[in-house]
Structure formats: structure tokens, C-alpha cells
Design a protein around this ligand. Structure first.
Ligand code: DX5
Ligand code: ZN
Length: 213
């Protein structure tokens, strides 16, 4: 079954613990935490102290998406802070293979992400070291954008490669996912859908999560 990972970027961040509780009750499978440094992307969100303090409030799976430069400098600290899945950007890292190994060796699930302009073939040599690949369906940096349809072609190619090699790698999509296009992403091969606006801005979050699934 498709898993749903709501992104708290669209939540009321002044009530973060309550917002996370709310989506847990609404049936979310994990919570997506977008870390932005103002360098890799132009926006700044939140970082280690927020994740660390949220950790004591919930047992939900923390799906941490690092949109930062030099992710290798911070990976261990994000895992210590509570990340269960740790995703970094291929474009931001000089040695993605060794960072994936480091993440796994510290007990988290390791994932790499690519921006819409990066060819999917660039992640193929890394697949043996990945528990998940995040294919960005918008340019990273902001919530509330529209999905770029061409990115789903990359999901399709990735799914075919994973099946060909008989690997157990999850495919996550992130950006502009709505009840209207979720089925296209799932049909292309996505197994985890990140959704910010379409869950947190909805008046009925349970219904919104069910509709995505
Ligand atoms: C964008 C972030 C996304 C964002 C998704 O850079 O990685 O996780 O919060 O938000 P929506 O679902 O509103 O596009
Ligand atoms: Zn994200």
C-alpha cells in the first residue's frame, strides 16, 4: 500500500507537536521534515534543534529531507536528533556512495534525492546503497508549487531499473502532490508520497490522506 508522508512545511509550525499528532491520528505513515539552509535552496526552514525537540513528542517515523550543502558534515547529527530516514541531495554531495554507507551504519534508512533537472540515471550506480530514492517533482525550496509532469517519466525509469535488478528500494515523490495527480505518481512507480499543502491545508486531513492513498 502507498505510504503518505505529510510535509510539516505547510503546517502551523508554532504548534508543531500538535500538528504531527493530528496527522498521526489522520493515518499518516510518517512525517516529512524539510531542512533548508538558504544556500542549497533559497529558502530557510528549520534544523537540528526543532527535530530534536519534536523527537520526544511522537513515535512517528521521521522522514528527514536535507536541502543543505555539505550534508556529509551533518548526517550523523540528524540521525542522533531522531531521523529514521535521512535523505540528502545528490547535487549537494561530493561522495554520495560513502554518505549512504555512513547513514546506514548509523542505523537510519539511507536515501538520495535529485532535482527535476538531474537525470535519473545518475542515481543508478548508487541503488545498492539506497533504501529509498526521492525524485523531486518540483524545484526544491518551497511548498505549494505545481508538479512538473516530466519528472514522472524519471520515476518510471527508476522503477524499471529497480525491478530489473530486483532491489528493494522505495521511490518517494515530493512536490505538488494532490489527490488529482497521486494516481499518476503511483502508477509511475512511487511508493511513498510526500504531501504538504494537500494534507495540512485541508479541512479534513484524514480524508485528504485517504484520497492520496
Ligand atoms: C519542497 C519540499 C516539499 C514541500 C512539499 O522543497 O521538499 O517537501 O514541503 O510541499 P507541497 O506538497 O505543498 O508541494
Ligand atoms: Zn521535501
Amino acid at each position: 500500500m502507498t505510504k503518505i508522508s505529510p510535509s510539516v512545511l505547510a503546517a502551523d509550525l508554532s504548534n508543531l507537536a500538535a500538528e504531527v499528532k493530528d496527522i498521526e491520528l489522520a493515518g499518516a505513515d510518517m512525517v516529512h521534515l524539510d531542512v533548508m539552509d538558504g544556500v542549497f535552496v533559497t529558502n530557510i526552514s528549520f534544523g537540528l534543534p526543532v527535530i530534536e525537540s519534536l523527537r520526544s513528542k511522537t513515535n512517528m517515523i521521521f522522514d528527514v529531507h536535507l536541502m543543505i550543502v555539505n550534508p556529509e558534515k551533518y548526517a550523523e547529527r540528524f540521525i542522533e536528533a531522531g531521523a529514521d530516514i535521512l535523505t540528502f541531495h545528490l547535487e549537494a554531495c561530493e561522495d554520495s556512495a560513502s554518505l549512504l554507507d555512513t547513514i546506514r551504519s548509523h542505523g537510519a534508512m539511507a536515501a538520495v534525492s535529485i532535482k527535476p533537472g538531474t537525470p535519473i540515471e545518475d542515481v543508478f550506480p548508487l541503488l545498492d546503497k539506497c533504501d529509498m530514492v526521492l525524485v523531486m517533482t518540483v524545484e526544491p525550496g518551497y511548498g505549494g508549487q505545481k508538479l512538473i509532469p516530466e519528472t514522472l517519466e524519471k520515476v518510471r525509469k527508476l522503477k524499471a531499473e529497480i525491478e530489473k535488478r530486483d532491489l528493494a528500494v522505495e521511490i518517494q515523490v515530493d512536490g505538488g502532490i494532490t489527490a488529482e495527480n497521486a494516481s499518476l505518481a503511483i502508477e509511475a512507480g512511487a511508493s511513498i508520497l510526500v504531501a504538504g499543502s494537500s494534507v495540512f491545508k485541508s479541512t479534513n486531513r484524514k480524508q485528504a490522506i485517504d484520497a492520496l492513498r
